[in-house]
Design a protein. Structure first.
Length: 202
């Protein structure tokens, strides 16, 4: 893929190696920060976006606001605005988990940081160590918590407008699993990693 495309990862505030912050994470701020990072890095569009989870809302909003900048979307377990509008978010539980993570208790839960990238990916042993360190240090940051608090308002903003026609390739959680669980999300409002995927072309 690298021979045909330039792959760029923009790590939002509070994610990965980016700084954390407690600024309000409304969808306009998130989108403009992402666009500014690309502009400042001299990475020109149009772009093929590959959003995961909550970033799906940002991707759809980007297409609504700047359709000329987006060529296509490849969604990786990408959520849609209608889901977040109906989703029940257990904020007290999320805050409790955050305290447990900040205290380091999460490090004692076997396999918690061993996601698919660690178990079945092509990461080296060093990369697995980095992945785990980032996971334990950058889960439920101030920015993430602020984004969770704003997700319903952000989703509503996307739902209020129509999505321009754009090519999409969606990799989604197997629907039967979602029906058994009653939801594709855990009781704590955290995504459940499931390894069965479908490829759907819209």
């Amino acid at each position: 893929m690298a021979s045909d495309y330039r792959v760029v990862v923009v790590e939002k505030l509070g994610y990965g190696f980016s700084d954390d912050g407690d600024s309000v994470r409304d969808i306009d701020t998130i989108l403009e920060e992402t666009r500014e990072a690309l502009i400042e890095s001299k990475i020109d569009g149009p772009y093929v976006l590959c959003p995961h989870s909550m970033s799906g809302i940002e991707a759809l909003y980007w297409v609504q606001k700047y359709p000329e900048e987006i060529k296509a979307i490849i969604g990786l377990d990408m959520a849609f605005s209608e889901y977040y509008e109906k989703m029940k978010i257990n904020l007290p539980m999320i805050k409790f988990l955050r305290v447990m993570i900040n205290l380091g208790v999460a490090r004692f839960v076997p396999g918690l940081a061993d996601g698919e990238a660690v178990k079945n990916g092509t990461l080296t042993d060093y990369e697995k160590k980095v992945y785990r360190a980032v996971f334990y240090n950058r889960t439920l940051t101030d920015a993430m918590l602020s984004e969770v608090k704003m997700i319903k308002k952000n989703a509503k903003k996307v739902t209020e407008k129509s999505i321009p026609e754009i090519p999409m390739l969606l990799f989604v959680i197997f629907l039967a699993v979602c029906m058994v669980l009653g939801s594709c999300w855990g009781a704590f409002g955290i995504a459940i990693p499931i390894t069965v995927y479908l490829s759907v072309r819209l």
